[in-house]
Write a protein that binds this ligand. Structure first.
Ligand code: AMP
Length: 181
């Protein structure tokens, strides 16, 4: 595998101020995904620490975690498990609520998606406060699977999500950090 260490991923991420609401700096990865070298470099770097680690499944969080997680699963030669917003999965699910700035949201996983003891790599595009990723970790662990690590293209370290995951005993791998929110 061609791991392009040192590739400048950051310049391929577009920042949109005040989206989806005033004060938010939205880190848009569509510009990274549309560039073949940047997309490949991001996927290769996400996979790089796990090439020699036993992973049974890659789980991705809707929606951008599907794009990146699907590619990671393909490179690692593993199956992909979707973690979706409520009401989207067709079979029996278990769900986990998590706090948003205003109110709560819920993500779900098929109850038969993972077997006890299976080793899972969790993928999303970005970690901010960590609420979404922590809920996903909870779902994976409730199915009896073992979380090997959580990997993200982007970390917003000042929002503390990656630290929260580490405090919960999760290994965190991220490629690009943006200071602030
Ligand atoms: P959080 O639960 O706060 O860690 O938020 C993570 C989820 O929200 C991820 O699925 C991201 O795609 C999305 N998200 C949060 N903040 C941003 C941001 N500034 N730019 C782009 N996506 C974001």
């Amino acid at each position: 595998m061609d791991t392009r260490q040192g590739f400048d991923l950051k310049r391929h991420i577009r920042t949109i101020p005040d989206y989806p609401k005033p004060g938010i700096l939205f880190r848009d990865i569509t510009t990274l995904l549309s560039n073949p070298e940047a997309f490949r470099a991001a996927v290769d770097e996400l996979c790089s620490p796990f090439q020699k680690v036993r992973i049974d499944h890659v789980a991705g969080i809707e929606a951008r975690g599907f794009i990146v997680g699907g590619a990671v699963a393909h490179v690692l030669g593993r199956g992909f498990i979707p973690i979706r917003k409520k009401g989207k999965l067709p079979h029996k699910v278990i769900g986990q609520e998590y706090a948003l700035e205003y109110g709560v949201d819920r993500i779900e996983i098929h109850e038969d998606a993972l077997a006890k003891g299976e080793r899972v790599l969790l993928i999303d595009d970005l970690i901010a406060t960590g609420g979404t990723a922590l809920a996903a970790v909870e779902l994976i662990q409730r199915l009896g699977a073992e979380l090997v690590a959580a990997a993200f293209v982007i970390d917003l370290p000042d929002l503390g999500g990656a630290d929260k995951l580490r405090q919960a005993g999760v290994k965190v791998h991220s490629l690009v950090g943006f200071a602030g929110h």
